[in-house]
Design a binder for this molecule. Structure first.
Ligand SMILES: NC(=O)c1ccc[n+]([C@@H]2O[C@H](COP(=O)([O-])OP(=O)(O)OC[C@H]3O[C@@H](n4cnc5c(N)ncnc54)[C@H](O)[C@@H]3O)[C@@H](O)[C@H]2O)c1
Length: 462
């Protein structure tokens, strides 16, 4: 199994996530002349959400060859995070990091204070759990900032509609916005997509995606311990709570769902699915989070083609973490391992194997890291004054992922319009949260968080 970068929110994690490739890019950066960015000598960068991926994205930003970027502000809701991240980035990037204590912000308004340190045309990185994405994006647009935001972009219908509206303003203002659905910056997959469009597989009949491995990240949670508020517990363990992350279905599976829809060149119109929680107790106690431990979702496209997705977080079962596309002339391995692992390949049969191989991707070493590629391309767009906005497809992928999750959680067939026009906003008060606020999700009388109950709650997930 490819390691899940969400699993350990530590410096070790974000360095591991990017380090293999970042070192080469950083070296390349010192060798190249600095180039003007959007008409300026250099750009300032602020980071909101100083966890594993935030650190990784900062490393990628500061490693873009030839770009004069300086990280000048960081924000988080946990006090130690900005300090720890600033120290480790300083160690790695020296003068590209200018983060005195007064520009390390803590609290729910930290994003505002971090963005106040920037000028129009600078860049803000949004790497909190997705519940906060629209709030932070709204301010970035108001301030005329370029943005890199992580996936998922939304977790429910109402915030997806809001993000679509916000994004129209970003496009109008000519802001460049990258979204961390990095499969789209995997050069092997890009060539595969072209080959599929050129007919190498014939007509696509069905696609298969799997993310099945042991419990990862904060997939499951015990009752809250003493010493942390309910709100902060839920934010810290965001994969366990639907309002914060869309749960493990959205957080873990979105990459494979995204790149399979991209291969197909369209979005599914409906989904149905099954899922359940087989193991609710372990040696450490009773898990009371909102996730199922297994999901099987069938998506249908307008032309009848299918996307089958299986997700499982269980120990001791077969592990599969890959994706495939099948057409009338043969099949493709889309991701050979993990969320978007090289190489991709096409085969003249539906069995695969060396004898039937038609093509296998070959990507030069300096283009093999999609996390770096997405940053190189964002900065190139800023530098060259080209439009670059990945948000609309990010929202649609987030919505389609939520559609599959909702189908499994409700036991109903869910159409794209059902999720888009749905009125269940999981955290309507997210923009007003303070450290003392009650959590958007409350424990029930049974001392557990409300669980999805297929067949019992109509079109509501909980
Ligand atoms: N593209 C990828 O492969 C990939 C990999 C990992 C994570 N991610 C995504 O990145 C995001 C963050 O994930 P992570 O693994 O880094 O989690 P993390 O918990 O390590 O980091 C998130 C950070 O955001 C902070 N935070 C939460 N709410 C905040 C707020 N309102 N304001 C400021 N800071 C806030 C948290 O305290 C934490 O430090 C998620 O959306 C996740 O899905 C993407």
């Amino acid at each position: 199994m490819a390691s899940d970068p969400s699993a350990h929110p530590t410096r070790r994690r974000f360095l591991a996530e990017t380090g293999r490739f970042a070192a080469a890019s950083a070296l390349a950066g010192t060798a190249l002349p600095q180039v003007h960015l959007g008409g300026r000598e250099s750009l300032k960068v602020a980071l909101v959400g100083c966890g594993g991926r935030g650190g990784g994205a900062a490393v990628n930003a500061l490693s873009v060859p030839g770009a004069d970027l300086k990280l000048v502000a960081v924000a988080d809701v946990f006090a130690a995070k900005p300090r720890q991240l600033a120290a480790s980035l300083k160690e790695q990037f020296a003068d590209k990091v200018d983060l005195p204590a007064e520009r390390q912000f803590v609290g729910f308004d930290g994003y505002r204070r971090a963005m106040d340190c920037l000028d129009p045309g600078d860049i803000v990185i949004l790497t909190t759990p997705p519940a906060f994405r629209w709030v932070h994006y709204a301010l970035a647009i108001e301030k005329g900032l370029n943005v890199f935001m992580e996936k998922p972009v939304t977790v429910d219908g109402p915030t997806s509609k809001r993000m679509l509206e916000l994004n129209a303003k970003a496009i109008e203002k000519g802001l460049r916005v990258g979204v961390g659905l990095m499969s789209r910056h995997n050069h092997g997959m890009r060539e595969l997509k072209q080959r599929i469009a050129d007919g190498e597989l014939g007509e696509i009949l069905f696609m298969r995606g799997y993310r099945m491995h042991g419990p990862a990240a904060f997939f499951r949670s015990l009752p809250k311990p003493e010493g942390i508020s309910e709100l902060m517990y839920q934010i810290q363990r965001f994969h366990s709570f639907l309002w914060a992350s869309g749960g493990n279905f959205s957080d873990f599976n979105i990459h494979i769902i995204d790149h399979l829809c991209w291969m197909k060149g369209s979005w599914p119109t409906k989904a149905q699915g099954v899922g359940g929680r087989h193991y609710r107790e372990g040696a450490e106690g009773v898990y009371i989070d909102q996730n199922f431990d297994s999901y099987a979702v069938e998506y249908t496209f307008a032309d009848g083609a299918k996307l089958f997705f299986d997700g499982r977080c269980m120990t001791g079962c077969k592990e599969i973490y890959q994706s495939f596309a099948h057409g009338t002339k043969g099949m493709a391995v889309v991701s050979s391992q993990g969320d978007c692992g090289l190489p991709s390949g096409t085969f003249k049969s539906h069995v695969g194997g060396r004898a039937d191989l038609l093509w296998q991707s070959k990507v030069p070493p300096d283009k093999q890291n999609p996390y770096q590629n997405e940053w190189d391309e964002l900065i190139a767009a800023i530098r060259e004054g080209r439009p670059h906005n990945e948000v609309e497809s990010g929202i649609k992928t987030s919505l389609v992922t939520s559609m599959g999750r909702m189908a499994a959680h409700t036991g109903m067939e869910v159409k794209y319009e059902d999720i888009l026009n749905g009125d269940h906003e999981f955290a309507p008060n997210v923009a007003e949260l303070t450290l003392d606020s009650p959590a958007p999700l409350q424990l029930g009388d049974d001392g557990r968080y409300p669980m999805p109950m297929p067949g019992q709650k109509g079109m509501r997930e909980y």
